[in-house]
Design a protein around this ligand. Structure first.
Ligand code: NAP
Length: 243
């Protein structure tokens, strides 16, 4: 698979990358290095019309080209991967290989996850109110986990409370892999530094849209990098525009 770095422009030998070549992953790690002071990234895959799930109701069926490789590289730049509980339930989410996974939930119900106990796997962090403790323990039986407490208010936590729980645990660099609800919450709070978006060349389907529909405020983003592969899959980095 040949990936071309369309933006920023550079010399020919710097902008084409054979993902099978030795050193390809290291080059991608450079291409995806966060800027100074940047801490919070979103990473999504979507269709041209912004749908985030394919025919089987998961994002797995949208993934194409070098998406898994880039996902791994973005994960490697993070202290923790953050996801909403519905994504874990809907996608039978699996344990990442190296980077710890953090799940935010009010209910504590993580039934349907695809975690398998694995020697040396980082423990799963669950950001949840105390009322959810029993449900979390039931759903994650056999999986090493720690609960990072949220206030017990009987309502959804704020974005700052969620990130605060992670920071108190020592995690500063966070990649949120969705879903749209959780990503929208972080965006609306103005806390996202970068959006990494893989666009697969498909239209239509039944999946929900990239961001929840509740009239999001307009925010402006600048292209930082655009990769294009020989199957027409686009991998973009968008950075928050000042002002
Ligand atoms: N294309 C992609 O890249 C991609 C990526 C991820 C997901 N997806 C798709 O997106 C869909 C799921 O997205 P979604 O937006 O519906 O759900 P989501 O954001 O994954 O999860 C929502 C759930 O997370 C918990 N949560 C979220 N915000 C919270 C807060 N502020 N305080 C406490 N708990 C909170 C709640 O869990 P409880 O219900 O347990 O209380 C809530 O129901 C799935 O279809 C999945 O396949 C696609």
């Amino acid at each position: 698979m040949i990936l071309r770095r369309v933006h920023p422009a550079g010399a020919a030998e710097e902008v084409a990358l054979d993902t099978e070549s030795p050193g390809a992953r290291d080059r991608l790690l450079e291409w995806y290095a966060p800027g100074d002071g940047e801490r919070i990234r979103l990473n999504f895959v979507a269709t041209l019309d912004g749908r985030v799930t394919g025919e089987d109701g998961t994002s797995g069926s949208l993934t194409a080209g070098a998406d898994r490789m880039i996902l791994g590289v973005i994960r490697e730049h993070a202290d923790v991967i953050l996801v909403g509980a519905r994504t874990v339930r809907a996608e039978s989410y699996r344990l990442p290989r190296r980077t710890p996974l953090a799940i935010v939930t009010t209910s504590g119900d993580l039934t349907g996850h695809g975690f398998e106990p694995r020697e040396g796997a980082p423990e799963v962090l669950v950001i949840a109110p105390e009322t959810a403790t029993d449900a979390v323990r039931r759903s994650l039986s056999g999986i090493r986990s720690t609960i990072l407490p949220l206030p017990d208010r009987g309502e959804a936590a704020t974005a700052l409370e969620i990130l605060g729980a992670l920071r108190a645990h020592g995690a500063e660099r966070i990649v949120c892999e969705g879903g749209p609800g959780l990503a929208g919450l972080l965006l609306a709070a103005g806390l996202v530094d970068e959006v990494c978006l893989t666009t697969v060349p498909r239209l239509g389907g039944s999946g929900i849209r990239l961001l929840a529909d509740d009239d999001p405020a307009i925010s402006r983003w600048a292209p930082r990098q655009l990769l294009l592969d020989d199957e027409g899959v686009q991998y973009a980095r968008w950075t928050r525009r000042a002002g």
